[in-house]
Structures are given as C-alpha cells and as structure tokens.
Design a binder for this molecule. Structure first.
Ligand SMILES: [Zn+2]
Length: 196
C-alpha cells in the first residue's frame, strides 16, 4: 500500500502533465478527492488518473455534511486510501456567492445558504481578503481540510498514525496550487502553511 507522500507525488506528477507510474493495484482507489460540484473537471481529470482510480466526492462549495463525511469514512476505513485531497477551484459559483453575500449582505435561499455560510466562516476564520476570489478559495480549501479532520475520527486517527494525509489545493484550469498539508505529506513546489 502506498503512503501519503508517494500518493501525492503520483497525483502531483499527473497534475503537472508528467507520466505517472502505473504501479498501483487498481482494485483499490489511489486516493479520495473532495471537489466542488460546480467545478468543470473532476479529480481524475485534474490529476491525470484513470477513471475510477479515485474516490470522487463532491458537494457544492465543498460543504462538509453527513454525505461527504460518510464518503471520507468509506475512503479511509474501507478503501484504505492514504490521501484525501480537498480541491477548490477558480471561477467558483459558491465563492462568488459568498463574496456577494459579504459585500451586499445578501444570502441565497434554501440549501445553498448553508454552503455560502460555510465559505463565509472560512473567510473569517483565515482572515482572507475578499478582494481576491482565489484567496477566498484557498482559505476555504484549507478550512475544509481542517473541518474533515475535526469531524471524522476515522480520518484523524489515520492522520495521527501516518497512514493518511490531507492536501488542500486549488486548480485554475492549468495550475494546481497547494495551500496546506496535514499529516506526513509535503508538496515540494509550494511554500506551505503546515496546519498539523
Ligand atoms: Zn465551485
């Protein structure tokens, strides 16, 4: 079984368009990716991985709800993946809605409201500048990673014992940027805010 760092190196190489080694037992997923429901590209496309090789979790605005937590618990407990990637993105409708809510005190109705409130909490929690959607998206990816860690005891246990890591990143259609890592995983190309 791969460790968090080897798994991230494989995904990073795929995202950078490099040839990814094809030495993984394909009976098991390589990693899990939580992405935003309005992202143009799923994790397999972003990371250059074969279809079906990732546990693909999505929610609008990266909302962490029971469904997402169940998917994370499945990924780490049953599929035993060594890595969870939280993947924000540019031109995100949820980030736009949160910035609009911040600037105009105007929240959407219905279930979208909780997602926008989640982005606003991240914005406040990390002191992100509302002037930059990319900055808000980065802050929200990091806060979402921390939220998964807080709310999934199964994930916390595996991050603590080194068998799983978390990478919080954003993708703009061309470049993957890592904003934080948790557990025994690092990204060589980025100056990181290490959260754990
Ligand atoms: Zn989005």
């Amino acid at each position: 079984m791969s460790n968090p760092q080897e798994t991230w190196n494989r995904l990073r190489a795929g995202a950078d368009g490099l040839h990814a080694p094809n030495d993984t037992d394909m009976d098991r997923p390589v990693a899990a990716v939580l992405r935003c429901a309005d992202a143009k590209m799923a994790g397999a496309g972003v990371f250059g991985q074969p279809a079906g090789s990732l546990v693909d979790l999505s929610s609008w605005g990266l909302t962490v709800d029971t469904s997402v937590l169940a998917g994370v618990d499945f990924a780490v407990e049953t599929a035993e993946v060594p890595l969870i990637v939280v993947l924000g993105h540019d031109d995100c409708a949820a980030i736009r809605a949160a910035v609009k809510a911040w600037n105009h005190a105007e929240l959407p109705d219905g279930a979208m409201r909780a997602a926008v409130e989640g982005v606003l909490m991240s914005l406040v929690g990390r002191g992100a500048s509302v002037e930059s959607h990319a900055h808000v998206a980065a802050a929200h990816a990091v806060e979402t990673g921390l939220s998964l860690l807080k709310r999934s005891p199964a994930l916390t246990h595996r991050v603590d014992n080194g068998t799983c890591g978390i990478v919080c990143a954003t993708y703009d259609g061309a470049v993957l940027r890592v904003h934080a890592t948790m557990g025994d995983v690092r990204d060589a190309s980025t100056a990181l805010v290490e959260c754990v």
